[in-house]
Design a protein around this ligand. Structure first.
Ligand SMILES: Cc1ncc(C[n+]2csc(CCOP(=O)(O)OP(=O)(O)O)c2C)c(N)n1
Ligand SMILES: [Mg+2]
Length: 380
Protein backbone atom coordinates (compact mmCIF):
# COMPACT_ATOMS: atom_id res chain seq x y z
CA UNK A 1 0.00 0.00 0.00
CA UNK A 2 1.41 3.38 -0.97
CA UNK A 3 1.12 6.45 1.22
CA UNK A 4 -1.57 7.86 -1.06
CA UNK A 5 -3.64 4.68 -0.79
CA UNK A 6 -3.87 4.88 3.00
CA UNK A 7 -7.28 5.84 4.41
CA UNK A 8 -7.55 9.60 4.85
CA UNK A 9 -4.58 10.27 2.57
CA UNK A 10 -4.37 13.55 0.70
CA UNK A 11 -6.13 13.26 -2.65
CA UNK A 12 -4.93 15.70 -5.26
CA UNK A 13 -8.41 16.02 -6.76
CA UNK A 14 -9.85 19.52 -7.15
CA UNK A 15 -12.74 20.46 -4.82
CA UNK A 16 -16.23 20.54 -6.39
CA UNK A 17 -16.85 23.65 -8.47
CA UNK A 18 -13.16 24.43 -8.76
CA UNK A 19 -12.18 25.91 -12.08
CA UNK A 20 -9.13 27.76 -13.29
CA UNK A 21 -9.76 31.46 -12.60
CA UNK A 22 -8.87 32.56 -16.10
CA UNK A 23 -8.18 31.02 -19.46
CA UNK A 24 -4.40 31.03 -19.72
CA UNK A 25 -4.32 31.70 -23.49
CA UNK A 26 -4.96 35.49 -23.38
CA UNK A 27 -2.22 35.85 -20.79
CA UNK A 28 0.47 34.28 -22.98
CA UNK A 29 3.01 36.57 -24.65
CA UNK A 30 3.48 36.67 -28.42
CA UNK A 31 6.00 34.21 -29.78
CA UNK A 32 8.15 37.04 -31.14
CA UNK A 33 8.97 40.37 -29.48
CA UNK A 34 6.47 43.05 -30.50
CA UNK A 35 7.90 45.69 -32.87
CA UNK A 36 6.55 48.95 -34.20
CA UNK A 37 9.43 50.79 -35.90
CA UNK A 38 9.87 49.57 -39.46
CA UNK A 39 6.31 48.17 -39.62
CA UNK A 40 3.24 49.67 -41.31
CA UNK A 41 1.83 50.62 -37.89
CA UNK A 42 4.75 53.03 -37.36
CA UNK A 43 2.93 55.50 -39.63
CA UNK A 44 0.36 56.08 -36.86
CA UNK A 45 2.74 56.99 -34.04
CA UNK A 46 2.44 60.61 -33.02
CA UNK A 47 5.28 62.79 -34.37
CA UNK A 48 5.53 64.53 -30.99
CA UNK A 49 6.12 61.26 -29.21
CA UNK A 50 8.78 60.20 -31.72
CA UNK A 51 10.59 63.54 -31.39
CA UNK A 52 10.49 63.31 -27.59
CA UNK A 53 11.77 59.73 -27.65
CA UNK A 54 14.57 60.66 -30.02
CA UNK A 55 15.77 63.61 -28.01
CA UNK A 56 15.81 61.58 -24.80
CA UNK A 57 17.56 58.62 -26.43
CA UNK A 58 20.37 60.83 -27.72
CA UNK A 59 20.68 62.61 -24.38
CA UNK A 60 20.51 59.26 -22.59
CA UNK A 61 23.38 57.77 -24.59
CA UNK A 62 25.50 60.82 -23.82
CA UNK A 63 24.57 60.66 -20.15
CA UNK A 64 25.78 57.06 -20.07
CA UNK A 65 29.13 57.83 -21.70
CA UNK A 66 29.66 60.83 -19.44
CA UNK A 67 28.84 58.88 -16.28
CA UNK A 68 31.24 56.10 -17.35
CA UNK A 69 33.96 58.71 -17.94
CA UNK A 70 33.35 60.04 -14.42
CA UNK A 71 34.23 56.61 -12.98
CA UNK A 72 37.63 56.81 -14.71
CA UNK A 73 38.17 60.26 -13.24
CA UNK A 74 37.46 58.97 -9.74
CA UNK A 75 34.27 61.00 -9.46
CA UNK A 76 31.92 58.04 -9.38
CA UNK A 77 32.62 54.86 -7.42
CA UNK A 78 30.75 52.70 -9.90
CA UNK A 79 28.44 53.11 -12.89
CA UNK A 80 26.19 50.41 -14.34
CA UNK A 81 25.72 51.75 -17.86
CA UNK A 82 22.42 51.41 -19.72
CA UNK A 83 24.03 51.98 -23.13
CA UNK A 84 22.05 49.84 -25.57
CA UNK A 85 19.07 49.81 -23.20
CA UNK A 86 18.13 53.47 -23.62
CA UNK A 87 14.84 52.66 -25.35
CA UNK A 88 13.60 50.89 -22.20
CA UNK A 89 14.95 53.62 -19.94
CA UNK A 90 13.43 56.47 -21.91
CA UNK A 91 10.05 54.78 -22.41
CA UNK A 92 9.86 53.99 -18.68
CA UNK A 93 10.81 57.56 -17.80
CA UNK A 94 8.18 59.09 -20.10
CA UNK A 95 5.22 56.77 -19.78
CA UNK A 96 4.01 57.64 -16.28
CA UNK A 97 1.86 60.51 -15.05
CA UNK A 98 3.26 62.83 -12.37
CA UNK A 99 1.15 61.14 -9.69
CA UNK A 100 2.59 57.68 -10.49
CA UNK A 101 5.70 56.07 -9.02
CA UNK A 102 8.84 54.65 -10.62
CA UNK A 103 10.80 51.90 -8.80
CA UNK A 104 14.28 51.68 -10.34
CA UNK A 105 17.27 49.39 -9.82
CA UNK A 106 20.93 50.47 -9.87
CA UNK A 107 20.97 50.35 -13.71
CA UNK A 108 18.01 52.67 -14.11
CA UNK A 109 19.40 56.11 -13.29
CA UNK A 110 18.60 57.21 -16.84
CA UNK A 111 14.89 56.36 -16.44
CA UNK A 112 14.91 58.46 -13.25
CA UNK A 113 16.60 61.38 -15.05
CA UNK A 114 14.11 61.21 -17.92
CA UNK A 115 11.34 61.36 -15.33
CA UNK A 116 12.80 64.62 -14.06
CA UNK A 117 15.41 63.81 -11.46
CA UNK A 118 18.51 66.02 -11.39
CA UNK A 119 21.26 63.97 -13.12
CA UNK A 120 23.71 64.70 -10.29
CA UNK A 121 21.22 63.64 -7.62
CA UNK A 122 20.54 60.45 -9.57
CA UNK A 123 24.25 59.55 -9.29
CA UNK A 124 24.69 60.39 -5.61
CA UNK A 125 24.35 56.79 -4.42
CA UNK A 126 26.82 55.59 -7.07
CA UNK A 127 29.26 58.26 -5.94
CA UNK A 128 29.22 56.56 -2.55
CA UNK A 129 27.48 59.37 -0.71
CA UNK A 130 25.03 58.69 2.05
CA UNK A 131 21.42 57.66 1.57
CA UNK A 132 19.57 57.88 -1.71
CA UNK A 133 20.75 61.34 -2.74
CA UNK A 134 17.30 62.64 -3.54
CA UNK A 135 13.91 63.04 -1.98
CA UNK A 136 11.88 60.19 -3.51
CA UNK A 137 8.62 62.13 -3.11
CA UNK A 138 9.51 65.05 -5.38
CA UNK A 139 9.49 63.14 -8.66
CA UNK A 140 7.96 60.00 -7.22
CA UNK A 141 11.05 57.95 -7.92
CA UNK A 142 11.82 55.38 -5.20
CA UNK A 143 15.48 55.04 -4.14
CA UNK A 144 17.65 53.00 -6.55
CA UNK A 145 17.79 49.41 -5.24
CA UNK A 146 21.09 47.54 -5.37
CA UNK A 147 19.85 44.33 -3.69
CA UNK A 148 18.25 42.57 -6.65
CA UNK A 149 14.45 42.70 -7.04
CA UNK A 150 13.78 44.30 -3.63
CA UNK A 151 12.15 47.22 -5.45
CA UNK A 152 9.39 44.90 -6.72
CA UNK A 153 7.57 44.18 -3.43
CA UNK A 154 8.00 47.87 -2.55
CA UNK A 155 6.18 48.79 -5.77
CA UNK A 156 3.39 46.30 -5.10
CA UNK A 157 2.95 47.57 -1.56
CA UNK A 158 2.72 51.17 -2.74
CA UNK A 159 0.30 50.32 -5.56
CA UNK A 160 -1.92 48.24 -3.30
CA UNK A 161 -1.94 50.94 -0.62
CA UNK A 162 -2.85 53.58 -3.21
CA UNK A 163 -5.75 51.46 -4.38
CA UNK A 164 -7.02 50.93 -0.83
CA UNK A 165 -6.92 54.70 -0.31
CA UNK A 166 -8.74 55.29 -3.59
CA UNK A 167 -5.74 57.13 -5.14
CA UNK A 168 -5.47 56.88 -8.90
CA UNK A 169 -1.79 55.88 -8.85
CA UNK A 170 0.19 53.29 -10.85
CA UNK A 171 3.62 51.91 -9.94
CA UNK A 172 6.15 50.88 -12.59
CA UNK A 173 8.94 48.62 -11.32
CA UNK A 174 12.08 47.84 -13.32
CA UNK A 175 14.11 44.66 -12.90
CA UNK A 176 16.78 42.73 -14.80
CA UNK A 177 16.66 39.21 -16.22
CA UNK A 178 18.80 37.97 -13.32
CA UNK A 179 16.45 39.61 -10.83
CA UNK A 180 13.61 37.35 -12.00
CA UNK A 181 15.31 34.43 -10.20
CA UNK A 182 15.01 36.17 -6.85
CA UNK A 183 12.39 35.20 -4.28
CA UNK A 184 11.27 38.83 -4.18
CA UNK A 185 10.25 38.59 -7.85
CA UNK A 186 7.94 35.68 -7.07
CA UNK A 187 6.48 37.27 -3.96
CA UNK A 188 5.89 40.59 -5.68
CA UNK A 189 4.19 39.13 -8.75
CA UNK A 190 2.05 36.76 -6.73
CA UNK A 191 0.81 39.45 -4.36
CA UNK A 192 0.28 41.89 -7.23
CA UNK A 193 -1.91 39.41 -9.11
CA UNK A 194 -3.88 38.21 -6.07
CA UNK A 195 -4.50 41.80 -4.95
CA UNK A 196 -5.08 43.05 -8.49
CA UNK A 197 -2.60 45.83 -7.69
CA UNK A 198 -2.10 48.68 -10.23
CA UNK A 199 1.53 47.83 -10.94
CA UNK A 200 3.54 47.17 -14.09
CA UNK A 201 6.72 45.09 -14.04
CA UNK A 202 9.28 45.81 -16.75
CA UNK A 203 11.99 43.18 -17.08
CA UNK A 204 14.90 44.47 -19.10
CA UNK A 205 16.32 41.23 -20.42
CA UNK A 206 19.78 42.38 -21.44
CA UNK A 207 21.09 38.83 -21.84
CA UNK A 208 23.26 38.70 -18.73
CA UNK A 209 23.36 38.85 -14.97
CA UNK A 210 26.99 40.01 -14.77
CA UNK A 211 28.64 37.02 -16.54
CA UNK A 212 25.69 34.61 -16.27
CA UNK A 213 23.82 34.31 -19.58
CA UNK A 214 20.05 33.99 -19.73
CA UNK A 215 20.27 30.29 -20.69
CA UNK A 216 21.79 29.57 -17.28
CA UNK A 217 19.23 31.76 -15.53
CA UNK A 218 15.99 30.16 -16.70
CA UNK A 219 14.56 27.31 -18.76
CA UNK A 220 11.32 29.24 -19.42
CA UNK A 221 10.40 29.89 -23.10
CA UNK A 222 10.62 33.60 -22.23
CA UNK A 223 10.61 35.64 -19.04
CA UNK A 224 7.22 37.06 -20.10
CA UNK A 225 5.79 33.51 -19.88
CA UNK A 226 6.29 33.65 -16.12
CA UNK A 227 3.28 36.00 -15.94
CA UNK A 228 0.84 33.19 -16.77
CA UNK A 229 1.61 31.24 -13.61
CA UNK A 230 0.64 34.27 -11.54
CA UNK A 231 -2.54 34.97 -13.50
CA UNK A 232 -1.47 38.20 -15.20
CA UNK A 233 -0.75 38.97 -18.85
CA UNK A 234 2.82 38.70 -20.12
CA UNK A 235 4.00 40.89 -23.00
CA UNK A 236 7.17 40.37 -24.99
CA UNK A 237 8.56 43.45 -26.71
CA UNK A 238 11.64 44.47 -28.67
CA UNK A 239 13.49 46.42 -25.99
CA UNK A 240 15.45 48.43 -28.57
CA UNK A 241 12.31 49.72 -30.28
CA UNK A 242 11.50 52.79 -28.18
CA UNK A 243 8.06 53.27 -29.74
CA UNK A 244 7.08 49.64 -29.13
CA UNK A 245 8.27 49.67 -25.50
CA UNK A 246 6.42 52.94 -24.92
CA UNK A 247 3.21 51.58 -26.45
CA UNK A 248 3.29 48.31 -24.52
CA UNK A 249 4.04 50.09 -21.23
CA UNK A 250 1.36 52.72 -21.89
CA UNK A 251 -1.21 49.97 -22.47
CA UNK A 252 -0.17 48.18 -19.28
CA UNK A 253 -0.32 51.44 -17.28
CA UNK A 254 -3.82 52.16 -18.67
CA UNK A 255 -4.93 48.66 -17.77
CA UNK A 256 -3.55 48.97 -14.25
CA UNK A 257 -5.15 52.40 -13.74
CA UNK A 258 -8.48 51.15 -15.02
CA UNK A 259 -8.58 48.36 -12.41
CA UNK A 260 -7.36 45.61 -14.77
CA UNK A 261 -4.50 44.55 -12.49
CA UNK A 262 -0.79 44.01 -13.10
CA UNK A 263 1.15 43.17 -16.27
CA UNK A 264 4.59 41.66 -16.74
CA UNK A 265 6.49 43.12 -19.71
CA UNK A 266 9.73 41.56 -20.92
CA UNK A 267 11.80 43.86 -23.12
CA UNK A 268 14.48 42.00 -25.06
CA UNK A 269 17.57 44.17 -25.24
CA UNK A 270 21.33 44.01 -24.74
CA UNK A 271 23.88 45.53 -22.41
CA UNK A 272 26.48 46.96 -24.81
CA UNK A 273 28.96 47.93 -22.09
CA UNK A 274 30.38 45.75 -19.32
CA UNK A 275 28.20 45.11 -16.24
CA UNK A 276 29.90 48.08 -14.56
CA UNK A 277 33.27 49.80 -14.92
CA UNK A 278 34.60 47.08 -12.56
CA UNK A 279 33.75 44.23 -14.98
CA UNK A 280 35.58 42.87 -18.06
CA UNK A 281 32.86 41.62 -20.43
CA UNK A 282 35.35 40.23 -22.96
CA UNK A 283 35.89 37.32 -20.56
CA UNK A 284 32.41 35.92 -21.07
CA UNK A 285 31.06 37.10 -24.43
CA UNK A 286 32.51 37.47 -27.93
CA UNK A 287 32.89 40.85 -29.64
CA UNK A 288 30.86 39.47 -32.57
CA UNK A 289 27.80 39.22 -30.29
CA UNK A 290 28.18 42.82 -29.18
CA UNK A 291 28.61 43.95 -32.79
CA UNK A 292 25.45 42.09 -33.85
CA UNK A 293 23.50 44.03 -31.22
CA UNK A 294 25.10 47.32 -32.24
CA UNK A 295 23.46 46.73 -35.62
CA UNK A 296 20.10 46.78 -33.79
CA UNK A 297 20.83 50.06 -32.04
CA UNK A 298 17.82 51.83 -30.49
CA UNK A 299 18.86 55.29 -31.72
CA UNK A 300 19.57 54.12 -35.27
CA UNK A 301 16.23 52.25 -35.41
CA UNK A 302 14.30 55.34 -34.37
CA UNK A 303 16.23 57.71 -36.63
CA UNK A 304 15.58 55.51 -39.65
CA UNK A 305 11.85 55.34 -38.92
CA UNK A 306 11.67 59.11 -38.38
CA UNK A 307 13.61 59.91 -41.53
CA UNK A 308 11.23 57.65 -43.48
CA UNK A 309 8.35 59.83 -42.29
CA UNK A 310 10.33 63.07 -42.87
CA UNK A 311 10.13 63.80 -39.15
CA UNK A 312 13.88 64.08 -38.71
CA UNK A 313 16.68 65.64 -40.74
CA UNK A 314 20.35 66.44 -40.12
CA UNK A 315 19.33 69.63 -38.36
CA UNK A 316 17.08 67.70 -35.96
CA UNK A 317 19.88 65.27 -35.16
CA UNK A 318 22.30 68.15 -34.58
CA UNK A 319 19.84 69.84 -32.19
CA UNK A 320 19.40 66.63 -30.17
CA UNK A 321 23.19 66.16 -29.98
CA UNK A 322 23.70 69.74 -28.84
CA UNK A 323 21.16 69.26 -26.09
CA UNK A 324 23.02 66.06 -25.09
CA UNK A 325 26.36 67.91 -24.98
CA UNK A 326 24.85 70.56 -22.70
CA UNK A 327 23.62 67.81 -20.37
CA UNK A 328 27.07 66.17 -20.33
CA UNK A 329 28.91 69.46 -19.75
CA UNK A 330 26.65 70.34 -16.83
CA UNK A 331 27.10 66.86 -15.35
CA UNK A 332 30.89 67.11 -15.72
CA UNK A 333 31.09 70.51 -14.08
CA UNK A 334 28.87 69.69 -11.15
CA UNK A 335 30.30 66.19 -10.54
CA UNK A 336 33.79 67.69 -10.33
CA UNK A 337 32.79 69.89 -7.42
CA UNK A 338 33.51 68.24 -4.10
CA UNK A 339 30.29 67.94 -2.17
CA UNK A 340 30.33 69.50 1.29
CA UNK A 341 29.26 66.73 3.62
CA UNK A 342 28.75 66.78 7.34
CA UNK A 343 29.98 63.44 8.74
CA UNK A 344 27.48 63.79 11.59
CA UNK A 345 24.70 63.39 9.04
CA UNK A 346 25.58 59.69 9.10
CA UNK A 347 23.37 59.37 12.16
CA UNK A 348 20.33 61.10 10.69
CA UNK A 349 17.26 59.22 9.45
CA UNK A 350 18.38 55.94 11.03
CA UNK A 351 15.98 55.83 13.98
CA UNK A 352 13.39 58.39 15.05
CA UNK A 353 14.79 57.97 18.58
CA UNK A 354 18.52 57.23 18.62
CA UNK A 355 19.59 54.04 20.41
CA UNK A 356 22.12 54.36 23.23
CA UNK A 357 24.84 52.85 20.98
CA UNK A 358 24.15 55.40 18.24
CA UNK A 359 24.18 58.23 20.78
CA UNK A 360 27.54 56.98 22.05
CA UNK A 361 28.99 56.66 18.53
CA UNK A 362 27.71 60.10 17.56
CA UNK A 363 29.36 61.62 20.64
CA UNK A 364 32.63 59.85 19.80
CA UNK A 365 32.60 61.13 16.23
CA UNK A 366 31.71 64.65 17.40
CA UNK A 367 34.70 64.59 19.77
CA UNK A 368 37.04 63.36 17.01
CA UNK A 369 35.83 66.02 14.59
CA UNK A 370 36.23 68.74 17.23
CA UNK A 371 39.76 67.51 18.04
CA UNK A 372 40.66 67.51 14.33
CA UNK A 373 39.31 71.04 13.96
CA UNK A 374 41.28 72.19 17.01
CA UNK A 375 44.50 70.61 15.59
CA UNK A 376 43.92 72.30 12.26
CA UNK A 377 43.37 75.61 14.08
CA UNK A 378 46.67 75.25 16.01
CA UNK A 379 48.56 74.45 12.79
CA UNK A 380 47.53 77.75 11.21
C1 LIG B 1 20.22 39.99 -3.68
C2 LIG B 1 21.44 40.23 -4.50
N1 LIG B 1 22.20 39.19 -4.88
C3 LIG B 1 23.31 39.40 -5.63
C4 LIG B 1 23.68 40.66 -5.99
C5 LIG B 1 24.95 40.89 -6.81
N2 LIG B 1 24.58 41.33 -8.16
C6 LIG B 1 24.62 42.64 -8.49
S1 LIG B 1 24.14 42.91 -10.04
C7 LIG B 1 23.89 41.26 -10.32
C8 LIG B 1 23.38 40.79 -11.67
C9 LIG B 1 21.98 41.19 -11.93
O1 LIG B 1 21.61 40.92 -13.23
P1 LIG B 1 20.25 41.40 -13.85
O2 LIG B 1 19.15 41.24 -12.87
O3 LIG B 1 20.10 40.73 -15.15
O4 LIG B 1 20.45 42.96 -14.03
P2 LIG B 1 21.49 43.74 -14.96
O5 LIG B 1 22.70 44.01 -14.10
O6 LIG B 1 21.80 42.90 -16.13
O7 LIG B 1 20.81 45.01 -15.31
C10 LIG B 1 24.20 40.52 -9.20
C11 LIG B 1 24.11 39.06 -9.11
C12 LIG B 1 22.86 41.72 -5.56
N3 LIG B 1 23.12 42.98 -5.88
N4 LIG B 1 21.75 41.49 -4.82
MG1 LIG C 1 20.64 41.41 -17.01
Amino acid sequence: MTVLEQPGAYRPTPPPGWEPRVDAAPLLPDAEPYRLLGTAAAADISPDLLTRLHRELVRGRRYNTQATALTRQGRLAVYPSSTGQEACQVAAGLVLEDRDWLFPSYRDTLAAVVRGLDPVDALTLLRGDWHSGYDPHIHRVAPLCTPLATQLPHAVGLAHAARLKGDDVVALALVGDGGTSEGDFHEALNFAAVWHAPVVFLVQNNGFAISVPLAKQTAAPSLAHKAVGYGMPGRLVDGNDAAAVHEVLAEAVRRARGGGGPTLVEAVTYRIEAHTNADDATRYRPDSEVEAWRAHDPIALLEEAMRDRHLLDDEGIRAARESAERLAADLRTRMHQDPVLDPMALFEHVYADRTSQLREQAAQLRAELDAEAADAGEGE
